[in-house]
Design a protein around this ligand. Structure first.
Ligand code: CP
Length: 316
């Protein structure tokens, strides 16, 4: 049984296959409208979400499938103490595939060990967010036309930013990728990730503390929100919450074809005035999320049904 818990659960070829399928879905929407008829997605969200949950829901509906689940764990038997393992053992009786977001790192991995149906990690604590990575990759493909030969600056909360952790892992598998980590000391990338990057001879990276000093080099600027909900110490959050604010003035030295990505939601790290800049790709990025999740749901269900093929004719 295949799951998606970490971006590297997919090979480079499989990742690119899903991105290519998403592009085909964008070009030929009607072709996929019955692709998951008769299938159910369970969205189990133990932590708040707007984009991820609703795009998973829209994705399954557009594939002709149905959606069940909860967006408030307190309305489920989780509030009575039910474990993730028991919850997914129950959900497998009602659904064919699960998308789970959890505040605890590793919870979707546990779910995958008990579910018996494909589990997709929709974000676990500060660990990983592989479907945001697929969204980012589709956006990079559509905006830049390639995954290699790029300088990408990750700016903001690199300590807790699971979208950053996952995208770095995915891009690390391509050649001539230069990563610039832009963060204050308190929000540096976790040591285990820095160690992994140092071991990757194909990857070049360095750490800086201001975006201004690297702006002219960047092909992609990946902004992130400082994640208040992950801080144990509110005073520390107050110290770093305004570390970076991207505004039109700071973009003056950026390349004309640089793109600005952000997984969203944003707080104050990108001013509204930047939204009108054609380089601001973050709302286009959101839209891509639905298509790549359609491609992923379809692919995982197809893999799960390998020995029990869909009754319908496969669409690819
Ligand atoms: N990018 C992202 O994960 O957004 P949500 O928290 O709204 O799902």
């Amino acid at each position: 049984m295949r799951h998606l818990i970490d971006p590297t659960d997919l090979t480079v070829a499989e990742t690119e296959q899903i991105v290519a399928l998403a592009e085909d879905i964008i070009a030929n929407r009607a072709k996929y409208s019955e692709a998951c008829r008769g299938k159910k997605l369970a969205t189990l969200f133990y932590e708040p979400s707007t984009r991820t949950r609703l795009s998973f829901t829209a994705a399954m509906l557009e594939l002709g499938g149905q959606v069940i689940g909860f967006s408030d764990a307190n309305s489920s038997s989780v509030s009575k103490g039910e474990t993730v393992a028991d919850t997914v053992r129950v959900i497998r009786c009602f659904a064919d595939i699960i998308a789970m977001r959890h505040f605890k790192e590793g919870a979707p991995l546990v779910a995958s060990q008990y579910a018996g149906i494909p589990v997709i990690n929709a974000g676990d604590g500060s660990h990983a967010h592989p479907t945001q990575t697929l969204t980012d990759l589709l956006t990079i493909k559509r905006e830049k036309g390639r995954f290699d030969n790029m300088t990408i600056g990750f700016c903001g909360d690199l300590k807790f930013g699971r979208t950053v952790h996952s995208l770095i892992k995915a891009l690390s598998r391509y050649s001539n990728i230069k990563v610039i980590l832009i963060a204050p000391q308190e929000l540096r990338l976790p040591d285990y990730m820095l160690a992994e990057m140092a071991e990757n001879s194909r990857l070049e990276f360095r750490e800086v503390e201001t975006m201004e000093e690297v702006m002219p080099e960047l092909d992609i600027l990946y902004m992130t929100r400082v994640q208040k909900e992950r801080f144990l110490d509110e005073e520390e959050f107050d110290r770093v919450k305004n570390s970076f604010v991207l505004n039109p003035e700071k973009l003056k030295t950026a390349k004309e074809d640089m793109i600005i990505l952000h997984p969203l939601p944003r707080v104050n790290e990108i001013t509204r005035a930047v939204d009108n800049d054609p380089r601001a790709a973050y709302f286009r990025q959101v839209e891509n999320g639905k298509f790549v999740r359609m491609a992923l749901i379809y692919t995982l269900l197809r893999w799960a049904d390998e020995n029990r093929p869909f009754e319908r004719t496969p669409v690819f």
